[in-house]
Design a protein around this ligand. Structure first.
Ligand SMILES: Nc1ncnc2[nH]cnc12
Ligand SMILES: [Zn+2]
Length: 322
């Protein structure tokens, strides 16, 4: 068990962290039917495409600043109770726009929840704005331009999520140039639904310090060596990978092989209730299913803090809490 270990997370999509119980309460609040997306208090989806559909439907249950504050506070409080000292949440102003709330109010609501959770538990957190790949390069440029304005101090990074099998990384190079120039930290979903070539493209066209997932780099030994040599950090989400059938089971998951190859890896939950997991469970799986020692796992937590998109004073304060 890993309940005694301090934890840190770099990769969780905030709408994807909605407990089904909270989704049901939100649906009741707005008089909406959830029978197509929730059954027996679990989300209903079968593959990545239907997962995205279910995710978007859950996102549409959050309609005001207060709703988003409640979501962030709920998730971060649960994390803190599991010993988590730092969390980066992936946020999508596109969801705020779609629901008519607007991107600024969306961020303000989330930030209020983050501040409330910090006041209550001490958990530090930041937001990474994400472009949505299947909405296309122009949409992602618009999202990058919004992120580059840096309207909120808690926004410190940029990600690209969504359907990795659509478009090529090069199509998004301009969006990443915009946010790089604005000084945001960069990470990108790659090597999850697509193979090693996608990770290589991400390194070449985006030059991120981290890769979201990146686990299918294991298909190319030269690429694994490059990731280790360049000290690029992987945000690994084992439970998500099994749930989405990127790998058939934890026994064939490459976390251990990547770690042994010298790759800097971290543990993350991605969209925890969708994948029947939690950050605490990912830590437990690393320990009792994958056989990592506490020292190895503490090393992953330290890597997460080292790779976090925070100012140096905050990083040192977090390291001193480990
Ligand atoms: N696992 C995942 N991969 C890509 N995009 C996502 N958006 C939410 N979860 C995602
Ligand atoms: Zn993700």
């Amino acid at each position: 068990m890993t309940a005694h270990l301090k934890k840190a997370e770099l990769h969780c999509h905030i709408e994807g962290a909605t407990p089904p119980e909270l989704a049901l309460l939100q649906a009741e609040k707005y008089g909406l039917d959830t029978s197509e997306i929730i059954a027996d208090r679990a989300y209903v989806w079968a593959d990545f495409t239907s997962f995205v559909k279910c995710y978007d439907a859950v996102a549409s249950l959050f309609r005001t600043q207060e709703d988003y504050a409640l979501l962030a506070e709920t998730y971060l409080t649960e994390l803190a109770e599991a010993g988590t000292i730092y969390s980066e949440i992936i946020v999508s102003p596109d969801h705020g726009n779609t629901i008519g709330l607007g991107a600024d109010a969306y961020l303000e609501g989330l930030a209020a929840g983050m501040e409330a959770a910090k006041a209550k538990t001490g958990i530090e957190s930041r937001m990474l704005i994400t472009g949505i790949r299947h909405l296309g390069p122009e949409s992602v440029v618009r999202t990058a331009e919004f992120a580059a304005k840096r309207e909120h101090a808690l926004v410190t990074g940029f990600n690209l999520a969504g359907e990795e099998r659509m478009h090529s990384v090069a199509d998004f190079a301009r969006a990443f140039d915009i946010v790089r120039d604005a000084g945001l930290g960069l990470t990108i979903h790659a090597g999850e639904l697509s193979g090693a070539f996608s990770v290589r493209d991400a390194l070449n066209h985006v030059r991120p310090s981290r890769i979201s997932h990146g686990v299918r780099a294991i298909e190319d030994a030269d690429l694994v060596k490059r990731i280790a040599d360049e000290r690029v950090v992987l945000e690994v989400c084992p439970g998500s990978n099994i749930s989405l059938q990127v790998f058939p089971d934890f026994g064939s998951h490459p976390l251990r092989a990547l770690h042994e190859a010298g790759v800097r890896v971290t543990l993350n939950s991605d969209d925890p209730p969708f994948f029947h997991t939690s950050l605490a469970q990912e830590y437990d799986i690393a320990s009792s299913v994958m056989g990592f020692e506490d020292d190895d796992i503490n090393g992953m937590t330290r890597t997460a803090i080292e790779a976090a998109f925070v100012d140096e004073a905050t990083r040192q304060a977090l390291i001193s809490r480990l």
